[in-house]
Design a protein around this ligand. Sequence first.
Ligand code: ZN
Length: 72
Amino acid sequence: MIEGRCGGCGRVAPLGEAIVYPDAPGLVVRCKTCSHVLATIIDAGERLFLSFAGMTAFAMRRDQAEESVSVA
Ligand SMILES: [Zn+2]
């Protein structure tokens, strides 16, 4: 689980709680509390543009991060 801090209201919450608008020209992720745009993902054919400019920090539990990058 990854948590992020909203650049609009400062709320720290799991990214899974954010509201996703898939019908915009790209995919728009907004804060559940203040509707600030947290992230955008735009599919431009050969390129995928990702922006997380609306978030001021990310946090992930160390044990979960180590599990996700470990190689068997
Ligand atoms: Zn917010």
